[in-house]
Design a protein around this ligand. Structure first.
Ligand SMILES: [Zn+2]
Length: 101
């Protein structure tokens, strides 16, 4: 059965149905792990080339920090900023699930 939503109302789909929607949600709503600002450029903890998807696998970083991560390497980046990127990715997916079930 299809439900008509009023124009402009977003219906959240499960992550598996629309990975881009989850990535957009992270980018728009989740603060950068370093600067705490939104409008981030999400980073894949396990790269897509290595088989990483979106769920439990992306973290919000502003572009400048995202670039730094790739320049210095994820281990150095994690130590420099005291971050556990995998744990943050899982925490964010849990927040999404709580808000969109
Ligand atoms: Zn990245």
């Amino acid at each position: 059965m299809e439900i008509d939503l009023p124009f402009g109302v977003q219906e959240w789909a499960p992550i598996e149905d629309d990975p881009n929607r989850y990535k957009q949600w992270v980018s728009l709503t989740q603060p950068c792990l370093v600067s705490k600002r939104t409008m981030s450029d999400p980073h894949h903890v396990t790269s897509r080339g290595a088989g990483g998807g979106e769920r439990d696998n992306i973290v919000p970083l502003q572009r400048v920090f995202h670039s730094e991560l790739h320049n210095i390497g994820r281990d150095s980046f994690a130590i420099k900023y005291g971050l556990d990127l995998r744990r943050e990715a899982i925490r964010i997916t849990n927040e999404y699930d709580e808000g969109h079930i």
